[in-house]
Design a protein around this ligand. Structure first.
Ligand SMILES: C[S@@+](CC[C@H](N)C(=O)[O-])C[C@H]1O[C@@H](n2cnc3c(N)ncnc32)[C@H](O)[C@@H]1O
Ligand code: SF4
Length: 464
């Protein structure tokens, strides 16, 4: 455990992420105190620890900046570089992503331009394996990056209902059986919000490049309600995704409805093909149901399959079998997550610990090698807090099957009109490096109750 302190609380959150990553890898109790000051054209960082007597280290970096935001961003970067070297020395451990803590390593890689590879390897101490993954992902996604950010936008719709709650999941999502009465009013509000957003998109003369109906499990809604929502989403976008996921919701009538509304992409998510694990994580479906749903759905849509590495009690062989099975089914996309346990997930509440760094690395490495050898390319990736081994989530695609929406969201270069509980609209102005956000109420009940406020916030945001 690293007992981390920092004299400036504005920097504490981000820096403590790095300390926490080392905490996962050591059984020793080690203190690390960070202090820093800005001098004439330099940043001085002081690190002290009680592991050794009088252990104090100073690092000096030449320092200049444009505005306050850049000052903070660059200072954090240097402090993390200094902390990383010291923590490697104090613990004897290294991290696959070196001193990088952010969600979007690919975005940073692109921003750094020509020198990115060297900076990642030498300054940030990212391992060669992870640098290769990032570089490859950046190269693949280049094909679909938004070249007209003022003209082309995305539409996102959130449907936070599920057949049941999975033990690992911390997404805001309510079990449909518990909230049956909410489904109709939720749909009424969503339809009204979508109509408004569509009218703004039309007035502003924007083109929708991708529609993404996520959740939750949108396909759990009664056909009559889903029909009304999907009708509002039809806007001629080349890509139209519905995050179905749970196979028991993908009945022939739901699939026919999606096809009738022009959906192009659907997820059928195994998470694992091991039935004992599926039961353990509360999925309430079997692998057989995945096979059946996939067989029906693949005739109509490009299919994405989500897998999770490090599910409770799974061995390397269990995970390998899931990866190999997914590959043998040959879907358009395979997305490999590494288990993260945030507040709100049943596993975390029960005190389950998702450590086991070496196994996590073996699983994730296996997936990368197997999936890329089968002809898929990594095309988007992100990292989450509280992930086994501080690893990542990677979306892999067949070469012509990249999901534009996933790339847009990770690279934050496209304006998103977002509707529904928990949805966050984003206005992106790339030339000013500016992202403005408008967040809706997270819980569906709150969203319905305060719908007038939702609409007035949306109006203020888009009509400013
Ligand atoms: C928002 S969920 C919706 C998918 C759909 N409802 C389903 O369960 O099939 C998207 C994906 O995130 C991944 N995910 C959710 N919670 C996770 C966790 N705690 N750790 C790793 N991956 C997670 C799962 O693979 C899941 O399919
Ligand atoms: S993983 Fe999917 S089905 Fe399970 S609770 Fe989360 S959103 Fe719902």
């Amino acid at each position: 455990m690293i007992n981390f302190t920092c004299t400036d609380e504005n920097y504490f959150g981000d820096l403590s992420e790095l300390a926490r990553a080392f905490s996962q890898r050591t059984d020793e109790d080690i203190s690390l105190a960070v202090d820093f000051r800005f001098g004439e054209g330099e940043l001085v960082v002081r690190l002290a620890s009680d592991k050794f007597e009088n252990f104090v280290k100073y690092y000096r970096y030449p320092f200049s900046y444009g505005d306050e935001a850049e000052k903070k961003r660059l200072a954090k970067r240097y402090i993390k570089i200094a902390m990383y070297g010291t923590l490697v020395f104090l613990t004897g451990k290294e991290l696959p992503y070196g001193c990088l803590t952010g969600i979007r390593p690919t975005k940073l890689f692109r921003e750094l331009g020509e020198g990115a590879r060297e900076t990642f390897l030498k300054d940030f101490s990212v391992s060669p394996k992870k640098e290769e993954l990032i570089e490859r992902t950046v190269a693949t996604q280049d094909r679909v990056l938004n070249r007209d950010p003022h003209g082309e936008v995305d539409l996102f719709v959130n449907i936070p209902f599920c057949p049941s709650k999975c033990a690992y999941c911390s997404f805001v999502s309510v079990s449909v059986d518990r909230q049956k009465k909410l489904l109709e009013p939720y749909t009424d509000c969503l339809v009204e919000e979508l109509r408004y957003l569509r009218s703004v998109i039309a007035e502003q003369g924007k083109k929708v490049r991708s529609v993404y109906v996520g959740g939750g499990t949108p396909t759990v809604l009664p056909v009559r309600l889903l029909d009304r929502i999907l009708a509002e989403c039809e806007c001629g976008a080349a890509e139209f995704t519905v995050e179905g996921g749970r196979p028991e919701t993908l009945t022939p009538s739901v699939l026919a409805l999606l096809a009738a509304h022009g959906v192009t992409r659907l997820s059928v998510n195994p998470q694992t093909f091991n039935d004992a694990t599926l039961e353990r994580i509360g999925r309430k479906h079997t692998s057989e149901q995945i096979f059946k749903a996939y067989k029906r759905a693949r005739k109509l849509f490009d299919i994405n399959m989500d897998l999770i590495a490090m599910l409770p009690e799974e061995t390397l062989d269990d995970f390998r079998l899931s990866v190999d099975t997914a590959i043998s089914l040959s879907p358009a996309n395979i997305t490999v997550h590494t288990l993260y346990l945030k507040r709100g997930s049943a596993l975390r509440t029960e005190g389950y610990r998702n450590d086991g760094n070496a196994l996590a690395e073996q699983m994730v490495d296996y997936a990368y090698n197997a999936v890329t050898s089968a002809g898929y390319e990594p095309y988007y990736m992100y990292r989450q807090k509280y992930t086994s081994g501080n690893l990542e989530n990677v979306g892999y695609a067949r070469p012509d099957k990249l999901c534009i929406y996933n790339v847009d969201v990770m690279e934050e270069d496209t304006t998103v009109y977002a509707a529904g509980a928990g949805a966050i609209s984003k206005k992106v102005t790339p030339e000013r490096n500016l992202i403005e956000r408008c967040a809706n109420f997270k819980e569906p009940l709150e969203y319905v109750k305060h719908f007038d406020e939702v609409m007035s916030r949306q109006r203020r945001f888009w009509e400013e």
